[in-house]
Design a protein around this ligand. Structure first.
Ligand code: AMP
Length: 120
């Protein structure tokens, strides 16, 4: 599958639709999820055209990966959720129900998040 430049996050990166930016640098954009699941729910995306975590982990440069991870840690601190705790997840592909085909981390915080996976 090749990157679809019409996906909603590509449109956000091109400035075609508005977003609630909380952080931006050369390689990274982070903005508030439009349908927050927790008091703090932000999405952290690379500016490069990577469709999934798998794609990003394979194809991104070391500089992009370092920038992304450093930014995520800084965002949590700046949003004031580091001390109480937070969760980062990436939905990758069909079984994870990834909806937007541009790699993104969800960052959740602001409440106790419970266990990540319900027992089957
Ligand atoms: P995923 O299922 O991991 O692909 O998550 C996609 C996320 O993008 C969902 O949590 C949506 O609420 C969020 N989302 C979709 N469109 C927008 C938008 N325009 N601005 C902010 N978040 C969005």
């Amino acid at each position: 599958m090749s990157y679809d430049p019409t996906n909603i996050f590509a449109k956000i990166l091109r400035g075609e639709i508005p977003n609630g930016t909380v952080y931006e640098d050369e390689h990274v954009l982070a903005f508030r999820d439009i349908n927050p699941q927790t008091p703090t729910h932000v999405l952290i995306i690379p500016k490069g055209a990577y469709e999934s975590f798998a794609d990003f982990s394979r194809e991104a440069s070391d500089a992009e990966i370092v920038a992304f991870v450093r930014a995520a840690g800084k965002i949590a601190k700046d949003l004031g959720i580091e001390d109480d705790g937070y969760r980062v997840i990436a939905n990758n592909g069909r079984d994870a129900n990834q909806e937007v085909p541009h790699f993104h981390l969800h960052m959740f915080g602001g409440q106790n998040l419970g266990r990540i996976i319900k027992p089957v």
